[in-house]
Design a protein around this ligand. Sequence first.
Ligand SMILES: C[S@@+](CC[C@H](N)C(=O)[O-])C[C@H]1O[C@@H](n2cnc3c(N)ncnc32)[C@H](O)[C@@H]1O
Length: 254
Amino acid sequence: MAIYNQPLYYEIAFSFINPKKQVDNFENIIRRFSKIKVKRFLDIACGPSLQLEEIAKRGHGAIGLDLSSQMLEYLKNKAKKQGIKIETIKADMMRFKLKKKADFAFILMGSLIVESNSQFLSHLDSVAKSINKGGLYLIQNYYLDYKEANASWEMERKGIRVKTTYKSDFKNNLSQIYTEKVMLEVNDNGKRKKFINKRDVKFIFPQEFRTLVKLNNKFEFLGWWKATPSIWDLKKSLGKDKNLNGNIIILRKK
Ligand SMILES: C[S@@+](CC[C@H](N)C(=O)[O-])C[C@H]1O[C@@H](n2cnc3c(N)ncnc32)[C@H](O)[C@@H]1O
């Protein structure tokens, strides 16, 4: 997972988000849907999590789970420098359990990617074991629309320029396997570097997603809404929109 061992370049690539607005959105969504008071937030596949920094600054418990030691180390160092507390857990999001449950979990930027339906169900089991009853699980930019998944953009910070390219190609229609390719092309103050992630994963069609949530039986499906990277006002439910990939899905632990 070459690109996930590059937290700084990854953070620059995705620095178009506004973490303050995103955490405001969390608070609004919690007020509207959560059945419990939220003290502990869990960011699954957290990466360099600007969101956990904001959550910790607001005085809440902040926990980041990721498989990449480099990402977690980077996040811990940022927290230390700012004098805030972020707990980190190195674990596979497909199979994990927290020692102390969270009240709200989220997974952002299309990070919920699986290789099979059983992996998806195992992920739901893990999240269910890790959040309290009545708490929410928020999923952002779940890959609902395989037709619209190619993108490329550039971001810059302090002389480091990062071009990100995302591409997905269906490989096998019967098994719904597609190849996902993410590439970071970096110009770090004149030094050029390239990092590529390529892997085969399973597309779960939207109605299949709902059926699997029902089969898992540990969450209520509260809905799916249109969203931009940082505005999640849940005013518009997904409908006949051309691109479904800018979305928020909310589940509530039974
Ligand atoms: C697309 S990045 C998202 C990072 C961050 N949440 C954001 O919104 O920018 C995906 C992250 O998922 C992590 N990851 C990939 N597979 C994982 C797995 N099976 N379990 C836990 N983390 C995983 C990667 O290390 C990476 O940090």
